[in-house]
Design a protein around this ligand. Structure first.
Ligand code: PHE
Length: 503
């Protein structure tokens, strides 16, 4: 017969005549006690051994018990003092006896509550008597304490042990001891011969067809083993955060804008009252497209109004740039350096038709800039664009909107700094504090669009707008110090796998 290794060892160590403790069997067979116990139960299920169980009680003195066994029990002290005070001849004042006994605190209570129980004497209305015939020298509880201390509990009186446990002088610890004994079938099996079976951890089709499965032992499942880490595909944290930003803005009443990544300079720059010779419009800052060289269609009336705003301004208080402006440049194609191009398209009424204030729009989209790569700059990043069109907007509305928005992401220490944009007046840059470095980081740019922007677009109420960096938001939320950890070829895969975006 073939049996798993541990079962064979237990079977061979077991005796038909007497119980053997499984712990001893385990030690002899060089098995862990749990493995030997498990094997014993498996053998018992097959009728080859019987397993018996016994509960052993272990007595241990508590600190108090230990002190009393070395000195004496409080009631013994009290008896001695009572005899000395003459209480054997008649009642004596209790206070006097206690004072002479040297007992203090809790020991007094212990002494009083056991004195009469043990018939050492009586205690009544503040007076104490001592029983001449009492024999504290052979107090069974003291004898039991001594027996426990000397590790010969079997000599102790069981009632006394119970009493001592109740008094808190002893602790009892229970231990379950299991033993095995060979059954007749076990003896027969041993005589016929048992061999250790090969242990396998996988059942194969071959083993099933050959019948070999009957002779092998299968390894146990170890449900506590560490499982291998499986990394699976998951949404990038930037994308997850973008989605959360979108949900947040939708919750604040905004609708989403969409539009081209490559667009005419007209929508990216000219509508924003950026002079055609503005440094930010050069190829130092923006990526130009060779193909297509220019945009197919621009609304002619809008082109005309934008040109006139650039050249002459939009009213008595407005000056244009008086510098050259050509439609050729406006038609040139660039990768958008900001998503404000989308805002221009929507505000112009050419994307979703005429707008009726109040209106709110946003986008969370990629923008492209010819920057130098560093820990806080990438050549492409996500911008959280947004605007609100309404009558009589003020800087307070702008700040309030940001405060409400960033609060949703746990950022409550926003700072605002006056700034300059050709297209907004006033303008503000937004800052937050980096949770790891404590540095103040720029997170966005904002303002209220100038008339030179709004009049050509045909908008005659206020529009406040902003462009915020999604990556910087992420840095403030999760403490990243280098944006390249999350983006691009140098990204930190572990970090991307482990970071969970809280929704
Ligand atoms: N376009 C600006 C930027 O990229 C952000 C902005 C948008 C500022 C709208 C004001 C108004 O920094």
């Amino acid at each position: 017969m073939k049996r798993p290794q541990a079962q064979v060892a237990v079977l061979q160590a077991a005796d038909a005549q007497k119980d053997r403790r499984i712990d001893d069997v385990a030690a002899e067979a060089d098995l862990k006690p749990e493995a030997a116990t498990r094997a014993a139960f498996e053998l018992e299920a097959d009728g080859l051994v019987s397993v018996s169980e016994e509960t052993l009680e272990h007595y241990e003195l508590t600190d108090e018990g230990d002190r009393y066994v070395r000195e004496s029990l409080p009631e013994q002290d009290l008896y001695e003092a009572a005899i000395d005070a003459g209480a054997a001849d008649g009642p004596v004042q209790m206070g006097q006896v206690i004072g002479a006994s040297g007992l203090e605190g809790g020991a007094v209570d212990i002494a009083l509550s056991n004195y009469a129980r043990k018939a050492y004497g009586s205690i009544d209305s503040g007076e104490i008597t001592a029983n001449q015939d009492a024999d504290p020298g052979s107090d069974p509880e003291m004898l039991a304490l001594e027996a426990v201390a000397d590790r010969r509990v079997e000599d102790a009186d069981t009632d006394a042990l119970d009493q001592l446990e109740r008094r808190g002088h002893l602790d009892v610890r229970e231990e379950t001891v299991r033993s095995v004994q060979l059954t007749d079938d076990g003896v027969t099996a041993l005589m016929e011969g048992v061999e250790a079976a090969e242990t396998v951890d996988q059942l194969t089709p071959e083993m099933l067809t050959s019948g070999e499965w009957e002779d092998v032992a299968f390894t146990e499942y170890n449900v506590e083993a560490d499982a291998e880490d499986v990394s699976h595909g998951k949404e990038h944290i930037l994308r997850q955060t973008a989605n959360r930003v979108k949900d947040t803005l939708v919750g604040m009443g905004f609708s989403e804008m969409e539009g081209p990544h490559a667009d005419a300079q007209f929508w990216i720059n000219d509508c924003l009252f950026m002079p055609q010779d503005h440094p930010a419009r050069t190829h130092w800052d923006q990526f130009a497209l060779e193909e297509p060289e220019e945009i197919g269609h621009l609304p002619p009336d809008l082109v005309e109004r934008v040109r006139s705003a650039h050249k002459e301004g939009v009213g008595p208080d407005s000056e244009g740039y008086h510098s050259p402006w050509t439609e050729d440049i406006a038609r040139g194609m660039d990768l958008r350096g900001h998503t404000t191009s989308l805002s221009m398209r929507y505000l112009s009424g050419h994307q979703v038709g005429e707008l009726d204030p109040p209106e709110r729009y946003f986008s969370v989209e990629k923008v492209y800039r010819n920057d130098t790569l560093d820990p806080t700059h990438l050549l492409e990043f996500f911008q959280i664009e947004g605007w609100v069109m309404a009558e009589d907007l003020s800087v307070r509305d702008l700040m309030g909107t940001f405060t409400e928005f960033y609060e949703q992401f746990g950022i409550t220490d926003l700072e605002f700094k006056p700034h300059y944009n050709p297209y907004t007046e006033p303008s503000f840059e937004l800052f937050g504090t980096h949770p790891e470095t404590g540095e103040v980081v720029e997170v966005g740019n904002s303002g209220i669009f100038r008339d030179e922007v709004l009049t050509p677009l045909g908008v005659d109420c206020d529009v406040m707008a902003w462009g915020l960096s999604l990556e910087r938001l992420l840095m403030l939320m999760y403490g990243f110090e280098d944006i390249r950890d999350v983006h691009g070829t140098l990204c930190d895969l572990e970090l991307l796998r482990e970071t969970e975006v809280i929704r």
